[in-house]
Design a protein around this ligand. Sequence first.
Ligand code: SAH
Ligand code: SF4
Length: 352
Amino acid sequence: MDLNKRKEIEGMPLEKLKTFFIKYSIEKYRAEQVFNWIHNHLVFDFDEMKNIPKDLRIKLNEIFNLISLKKELGQDSLQTKTRKFLFTTSDDKKIESVIIPDKERNTLCLSTQVGCPLDCKFCATGLMGYKRNLSAAEIVDQYLLTAKHYGKEFITNIVYMGMGEPLLNFENTIESLRVFTCELNKVLSRNRITVSTSGIPQRIIDLADSKIKVKLALSLHSTYDEIRNTIMPINKKYPLGENIKAIKYYAQQTKTRITFEYTMLQGINDRKEDIKGLVRLCSLVPSKINIIPFNSIAHMSPDGISAKLIPTDKKRIYEFAQELRDKNLTVMIRDTQGDDIAAACGQLAIRN
Ligand code: SAH
Ligand code: SF4
C-alpha cells in the first residue's frame, strides 16, 4: 500500500469510521475503540492501542494515517498567557492556532483554511490571500496536538476563529464538528464550541439543518450594507438582509443566541447611528454583542482602505458598550489577548 494514499483517520466522524472499517472487513466495534484511543486518550500511534490485536494494528497502519500536521515551536505572549502554535501541513503550508487561557476557561482558536479568500479589509489573514482548505483531519489535529501538549482536560472551549472562513470549507468543518460533538468524545461539550462566520447565508442554514447545534457567531462589524460593503467585500454577494434571515433560522432551529462580533473601527462603526442599527438588529434576533478592539495589522504594510483603519479608543469603546447596555442589549468587550505575538483576532498571517 502506498503510504501517501493512506486515509486521514482522526478527521472521520464515528459513523464514517465505522463504514470504513466495514469496507475493510474490520469489525464495527473496533471503530469505537480506535475513536476512543484517539480522541479521549490522545493516543496517536496504533501500536499503543492496547486492546487492538497486533494483526489489526498492522492493517490500520497500512490503511490509515494518524495525525497529519506537524507541530512547530510555539510562541508565548509576554503580556498574557496566550500562546500561538504554528503547524506545518504535509504539503509544507503553515497554519496557526491560538490558546487563550482565562479564569474559568481555556479556549482554542482553530484555523479552517490556509489563508482566506474573503479579503476583509481589517484582517491580516485576508491580506495574505487564500491557499487551500484544510482537511477535517487538519482541523481536528490542531485540537489533538494542543490538547496533548497541555494535558487532556485543559482545553474547555473551541472557537472556529483562526485563519479562514469555516463555512467556505463546509464539508470539512462539519466533519470536524461531528468528531468534536460525538457522544463518544468525552472531552468536549458541544455547547462550548463556536463557529464564527463572515456570513454565508445558505451555509448558515445548512449548519442549522445539520443538527450539530454549536454556537454561531456572525462577524457583523456594521449594521449598514454600504459600510459592510467597503470593509467586507463578501457583503456585496451576501448582503445583511439574507444573513439576518439565515441567523434567525439558525437561532430558531438550535435554540441558541447568535453572537455578533463587532470590531471597533474609528468613525466607521462607532457612531450614534451604529448604536441605533445594533438596537434594531438585536430586536430581530436572539443575540448578544461581542465587541472586539481592532488589532493593528500595520505589520502587514497594508495599502488602500486597510491602511486607513484606526482602532476606536478605549474610552469610546466603553461608552459605546454602555450605550448599548442602556438599551438592554447584552454586550461583552473582548480582551485583546496576545497582540504582542500577533495572535490576537485577525492577526494570524504567515507567508506560505
Ligand atoms: N472567517 C471567520 C472566522 C475567522 S475571523 C469570520 O470572519 O468570522 C475571527 C474574528 O476576528 C472575526 O470576527 C473577525 O471579524 C475578527 N477580526 C479579523 N481581523 C481583526 C482585527 N484586525 N482586529 C480585531 N478583530 C478582527
Ligand atoms: Fe477571512 Fe474572517 Fe479574515 Fe474576513 S475576517 S478575511 S472572513 S478570516
